[in-house]
Design a protein around this ligand. Sequence first.
Ligand code: C2E
Ligand code: MG
Ligand code: MG
Length: 732
Amino acid sequence: MDRKMPVKRLLKVLLLVFLAFSTSMAVLGDTGGAALDLLTVGVPVDRCPIFYEDADTGEIVGIGADLMRAAAKNAGYQVSFQSLENATLKEALDQEEYDVVMPFGSAIESTGGHPSIVSENLMQTPFTFLTEGKRDLPPLSKLRVGMLQSLKGIAETVHERFPGMQISMYETMADSVKALREGLVDALLHTSYVWSYVLEKPAYSDLVIQPSTVLSMDFRAGTLDTPAGRAVIDRLNKGISSLDDTLRQAVILDYTSRRLYQYSLSDYLHKYGIALLAGVFLIVAMIVIAMQRIRAVRRWHEEKMRQMMDHDSLTGLLSMNGFRRRVDELLRAHMDSPYFLSYNNIRDFKFINDSLGREAGDALLKFWAGKSIENLSGEETICRVEADHFAVLRRIEGEEEMRKDEKNVFDPVQNFFLNQGKQNRVQICSGIYVLTPKDFRNIDVDHMLDLARVAEKRVRDSRKGNFAFYNPEQWKKGKRIAEIINYLPAAIKSGDIQVWYQPQVDYKTGSITGAEALCRWDHTKLGWLYPFDFISTLEEAGLIFDLDCFVWETVCRDLRRWNEAGDRRSVSVNVSRDDIREDRDIPGHFRNLIETFGLTPDQLRVEITETAYVENPAFLIATTEKLRSYGFQVEMDDFGSGYSSLHMLKEVPLDRIKLDLHFLTSSGDLEKSRTIVSCMIQMTHLLGMEMIAEGVETVEQADFLKSKGCSEMQGYYFFKPMPAPEFEKLKN
Ligand code: C2E
Ligand code: MG
Ligand code: MG
């Protein structure tokens, strides 16, 4: 013994020896209620169920603790277990605060190099190997084993028994399992009791105890080999020897049959992960379904409320509220369609109610509603404004349909009671407001209805006829538009649309240099129509291209005929600004035409109106350039009519400017107009372009233009537009 015994421990041991002596009865197992000596026992607490801290009381308990407590009690000790904290058993041997330390398989040397002594065996502890899955282990002498740092004492014992075994020490159970999984060790070694506890962790469910390979280790208390240490051990040994096996088994059974492992959140996730996820999913799904259901019910209620607000309960027709909404929808969806809004009222409805009864009045209203609905398409709508007042949004283009309405709705309603053998003739007063383009841009149903109501009042007051228009001129205009649009395809086919030619002359030589093609329409219903009557309507309806294609083709056909007759001519054709669109290849179209009819490009001149250049200069310039690259001459039509930009003349690559004399000379100071015209002629020539004046009506105008250097002219002074047969008679 080269180490001095600490004074404190010496005193304690002396006290114990004295107590042992004086209470020899107690040494024999019966403490007889006398005060017991305190024995401080250092133990590792990380090996449930052998030693661990009770989660509720914080007390150190376990198989080892209970057996030691029983043995110590037999030896007259009251045990106080202390956790070894981070110290190993080897290190703890040197620490004075513990009287004994445990568990040891056999006596080992302390970290300080002191020999130790151990008590009798408290129990036989089975040590088993843990592997990843079931597998065969190499012989024990070659096995690579992982153990916990706190089992260092045991590790030494194992090493002594199996010198070939490679033992690696790990700080924590998780570290050792990781090493096992990574193949750094073949197996982990610990007591079977600890394994039974550790394997309760779901994440370790793949680990398997190898029951066939059991190392049996003793379970002893140890202390440094000093006189005091020996005294304690001697006394303890007596207590241990009096422990009986039944108690041992009872204690072991108690701890191993209990479920001591406490699940952490990660354990729950590992074990019940999928079930948990499914549960969460189910709950979320149920919440979503419930919310959808609530929303659907709410929507249903809202819809119901809306239905109630939007519909009239007697007739089932829309109420004013619903009508406003529906009209708004329809007008937005069918912009610029020929719609009218009528306000309809039964004359003296009160009299009907009074004389035939309210029920008869209701029956009439329902009948009227039913007849109207039968007559309406999905693009039209009707509502009951109040009592016997009905409003209708109707899409009607002509009088024929109006007559159908009279026959299908008005007549049956007016004869409703007559048909029942009663003498009451019903009379409907209807006021009609025809929608204008403005009404589509700013939809104001109440305002339109007010206007229709004004017309309805006129009918009611006049006592003449069934209906009146608030704005008959708009009705006529609408009818006319419909007649133009609807008749166009047939007119093109039947030859009602003709191409006329207005010759262009060189005033200096008197020769005809070309002509402008202008269309004329001999309309079945409306008589002769001039371009101003229908061009803008067709442009608005998106039909101008149909007409122009027909005109261009007719011109090409005429040119071919003249060519064939040895009479080569050139003709200018008008191109509407609406023809020139990015999705249409107008230059390519003209090139195809001249190829088809065997013409040369100089025979077709293309007139594009000045305003078109202002609206979309970039695309117009590109189109002009392409046309010219194909050999066509391009003319700017109506120069002076619009917002001529002199700057644009510089940008646009034109061949000819067509000066519209009419726009320049029709108003204002004639002298100033002449100055402007003469400057324009000069400027055009300076810019390297030709000029032709159109709308020349007098010899003075012609002389003036010639004197200023513009001798190409077109106008009534020379020729009016004429049909092709007349034009071809004129000598070139
Ligand atoms: P525009 O291209 O400027 O055609 C000249 C218009 O002036 C023609 O009217 C012609 O008859 C008229 N005019 C000719 N000389 C005189 C004159 O001395 N005095 C007066 N007051 N008028 C004269 P028109 O044929 O009624 O054509 C009107 C416009 O309609 C044309 O103006 C042109 O912009 C357009 N247009 C005519 N035919 C077609 C066509 O086939 N397609 C397209 N897109 N537009 C056409
Ligand atoms: Mg023209
Ligand atoms: Mg013109």
